[in-house]
Design a protein around this ligand. Structure first.
Ligand SMILES: [Zn+2]
Length: 157
């Protein structure tokens, strides 16, 4: 998934009730958090390997982080405690959405093999154009539309 992580976080942010501002922002930040590895991908490692090989894109690392964070987060007061878990949920949602065509190491640390639901063939001169021509981009557009409709409904209310 290339463009729809932010609106997916916006949609998720409307699931918790009550939706405290901190929980809302935890969903938004968690939905885009794994792509922080793009900073290392471009600025440190000079695109030496697929950015989904960084730990933040590995569900196994997410699980380890959850195991470490959970006992600490359970001691936090509202709304910090649910915000931590909504952040973790949004992070996991990012990994699931990236799995559609984005290659995720679902078996890491046992295996470095990538898994994805479908493969985008290099049909165009730039990978972004190939992604835009693939059926999966319709899902990205649907997520953007759903988020836009939710936003407009909230503004009217
Ligand atoms: Zn990602």
């Amino acid at each position: 998934m290339i463009t729809a992580h932010l609106p997916s976080g916006y949609i998720l942010a409307h699931a918790p009730r009550p939706a405290a501002p901190l929980i809302f922002w935890a969903c938004i930040l968690g939905a885009v958090f794994p792509d922080i590895d793009l900073l290392f991908f471009y600025l440190v490692d000079d695109r030496a390997f697929h950015h989904h090989r960084y730990w933040v894109h590995a569900p196994g690392f997410w699980l380890m982080a959850l195991a470490v964070i959970t006992p600490l987060a359970l001691r936090l007061p509202y709304p910090l405690k649910p915000a931590v878990f909504w952040f973790m949920g949004a992070w996991f949602m990012h990994l699931c959405l990236d799995s559609i065509v984005g290659s995720i190491m679902w078996l890491w640390p046992v295996s470095d093999q990538f898994f994805q639901f479908a493969t985008v063939q290099p049909t165009h001169s730039h990978f972004v154009l190939s992604f835009m021509a693939h059926w999966s981009f319709a899902l990205e557009i649907a997520i953007w539309l759903a988020a836009a409709i939710m936003y407009l409904k909230r503004r009217r209310a």
